[in-house]
Design a protein around this ligand. Sequence first.
Ligand code: ZN
Length: 199
Amino acid sequence: MARFDKIREAAHINDVARKYLRLKLEGDDNGVLRCHCPRCQPNKEGRGVLTIKSTQADPKRRYFSCHKSEDWGDCISLVAHCHNISLHEAGEQLAKWCLDEDSEVSQSDSAPEPQAEKPKASKGFDPVKYARHLHQEQEDVSEFGILAELCEEVGGMGRSPKGINRGKLAIPLRKEDGTLVAYMGVDGDVIVPKEWRIA
Ligand SMILES: [Zn+2]
């Protein structure tokens, strides 16, 4: 698949992990990087670990592996694993992220409203790009009474720094297949499952 090859060329797996998936990687950029897998909860042995490292044969080729699920692969597989979506969908999301990255800063920041239209047909609002600008650190989401883990768990959720949802918690709306369609901005008390509430 030529398009997937383009993505692999344009998107370094370290960047995909850090900037797109917002994983907090620790370690050596050219060696082994590790973090908690945003999808797989740690088990009793603490093996919710995800690593990114080079293949022995070719130091430039890097791959991820999730120790708990034993899933592994390239940057597209990484997105598919972390967001629990198909490879096809992960490829589409990454293509939007990396193949036209420098064409504009972000139209979505000034989008008048989240809209429930087909994102591919719409030039106005691109929910995947929008997701990249959300703030997901604990200090960013504490005011909503939620733990940052929820943002990681949900994927593409966080406090919006700009636009009509500025300062609000932007919650992604997805189709059944996991495609990001639009955002809903909420402020005030957000009711989430107990384990994700700040005690
Ligand atoms: Zn995992």
